[in-house]
Design a protein around this ligand. Structure first.
Ligand code: FE
Length: 206
């Protein structure tokens, strides 16, 4: 098994990560939040460097995490995960939100709890920035269980249609985006979800 397949055996939760700087606010979906210490209460998150939310956190040094639960539908992932905050203001017309005391939005539907965090340190990991942060506030939203990344893949992500054809193409296994070209560049980044070429599978299309 390749290294990349093995990495998929890790278990992750899913979160809406939100931040803001001045009147610019945005959010994205991440699977990389953990509680790293309990006293003090420390959270770490790893965020793709290319993302708009990462740039907002670098500037404001604060973020909120809304923990996604079993009631979440694909629309939540599509809205926060498959478009860039550089193109759309994801919170402008979003109904299911509430502002925490730190001035950042939290998502209130399909989520069971939230935390507000203040960044203490940032580590550059290459593709991602690791933020080490202290929890400043938190709240509970529902009793619905949190979901894992596996749950998302099995129950929420739309099933790709079986495609058979003579033309070679590549499909993002994370979001379903199809790159209609026989060769996938090694440094390719999915335009919908920001995942790298290693998360693509070869398919054939008409
Ligand atoms: Fe993708």
């Amino acid at each position: 098994m390749s290294e990349f397949n093995v990495m998929r055996n890790f278990v992750y939760g899913l979160f809406v990560l939100s931040s803001a700087d001045g009147d610019q606010a945005s959010g994205c979906i991440i699977n990389t939040a953990i509680q790293a210490a309990s006293s003090p209460n420390v959270i770490t998150i790893a965020v793709s460097k290319n993302g708009y939310t990462a740039s907002l956190i670098q500037r404001s040094r604060k973020f909120n995490l809304s923990i996604i639960d079993e009631r979440a539908d694909f629309e939540l992932f599509r809205h926060f995960g498959f478009q860039s905050g550089r193109d759309v203001d994801k919170f402008a017309d979003y109904e299911h939100k509430k502002m925490a005391d730190n001035g950042l939005w939290i998502v209130t539907e399909g989520t069971n709890a939230w935390v507000s965090c203040e960044v203490d340190q940032m580590v550059d990991l290459g593709s991602h920035l690791l933020f080490i942060a202290y929890v400043t506030e938190s709240g509970k939203l529902s009793d619905s269980p949190s979901i894992s990344y596996t749950w998302y893949h099995e129950r929420i992500k739309p099933k790709p249609q079986e495609t058979k054809g003579s033309k070679k193409a590549w499909r993002c296994t994370i979001c379903g985006y199809v790159y209609e070209h026989p060769d996938l560049p090694a440094d390719f980044i999915c335009p919908w979800c920001g995942h790298p070429a290693s998360d693509f599978e070869e398919i054939s299309i008409d």
